[in-house]
Design a binder for this molecule. Structure first.
Ligand SMILES: [Mg+2]
Length: 318
């Protein structure tokens, strides 16, 4: 009807006023990256705590305060965000994912004495220094969440690319440290979920078409059996907690509060949930106290890298 078009035309400029310089795609890409960093900074405070311990200390943990076992400054992030940034820089330098460039970037990151580092990441980067082979040997034990926590730059740079290119890029970066079937399946599912949200698809479709097939192929990932608490660094535990929080809530803030208060590997569940929820809801949905609470240099790096990677999308030279 005539008036419907008029209403749409009238509401459009209001939205643009909030984000004058960005397209909706870039807005959601930036929100995914800043969301990753916010989830990391928020969750790190309660990493390795149980839900009961969190309740006793905070009632509900919902502010970026630093601390935790790593004794972080308020707003400081951990390996989830800094490895993503290292990978993103390597992608931007080459114009695509290159396994050697990713290994060099991760090694340089490790030499910079990061605040934390996973055992699998350390072991396989040390091996790479002597072997020069950027593909770690396949191992059924390397099913940690260390490759999945840093997939965002691949999701952004390969947005709009054929799925087979995206999958080979995902494996090239992941196998530098984690060469494992469950890790691969998780990385690829997360990348496609981020890309679906960037394309504006709704959560019901994303759940049905991405998370559903993951569980069909690998039933161990089924996340609806019981409430996931104290999730470990095992990729299955991590994704179960993230999916429960993402698909049971309806805004960015509720999703992140829900997931980090489950404790366990809370910086990584927070980072992955923040990435997905940022891509889903966009920048305007992120609470201002969290945007202000995040380390400013980190926030600016995430914003700039997200914009550069999404501009690269459609043109990776892979
Ligand atoms: Mg971490």
């Amino acid at each position: 009807m005539f008036w419907t078009g008029e209403l749409i035309a009238r509401s459009a400029p209001v939205r643009r006023r909030f984000t004058p310089e960005r397209s909706a795609l870039a807005d959601h890409a930036v929100a995914a990256y800043v969301g990753l960093a916010i989830g990391d900074a928020l969750g790190a405070t309660v990493e390795f705590m149980t839900p009961n311990e969190i309740r006793a200390q905070y009632k509900v943990h919902e502010d970026i305060t630093g601390g935790g076992w790593l004794r972080l400054k308020a707003g400081q992030v951990t390996d989830d965000t800094t490895m993503s940034l290292a990978l993103g820089e390597a992608i931007l330098k080459k114009g695509h994912v290159d396994a050697h460039a990713a290994a060099e970037a991760f090694d340089a990151w490790m030499r910079g004495k990061p605040v934390d580092i996973g055992n699998t990441v350390r072991r396989n980067l040390v091996s790479w220094r002597t072997s020069g082979n950027p593909e770690a040997p396949a191992s059924e034990h390397d099913a940690g969440n260390g490759a999945a926590m840093r997939v965002l730059p691949v999701a952004l740079a390969y947005y709009g690319q054929p799925p087979e290119n995206t999958i080979s890029a995902s494996r090239a970066q992941a196998h530098v440290t984690h060469h494992n079937t469950l890790s691969d399946a998780a990385c690829e599912t997360l990348i496609f979920m981020v890309q679906d949200f960037l394309a504006g698809r709704d959560a019901i479709e994303v759940e049905r078409e991405r998370a559903g097939p993951l569980v069909e192929k690998f039933p161990v990932f089924a996340w609806d059996r019981k409430h996931s608490e104290n999730p470990s660094g095992y990729i299955v535990d991590t994704l179960q907690a993230v999916f429960q929080s993402l698909f049971a809530t309806e805004c960015f803030e509720d999703c992140l509060i829900d997931v980090v208060n489950r404790g366990g590997d809370a910086d990584t569940t927070g980072a992955i949930a923040g990435m997905l929820a940022g891509a889903r809801y966009g920048l305007a949905a992120i609470p201002r106290r969290w945007l202000r609470g995040l380390d400013e240099l980190t926030r600016v790096r995430c914003e700039k890298q997200a914009e550069a990677l999404i501009s690269l999308a459609g043109s990776p030279s892979s």
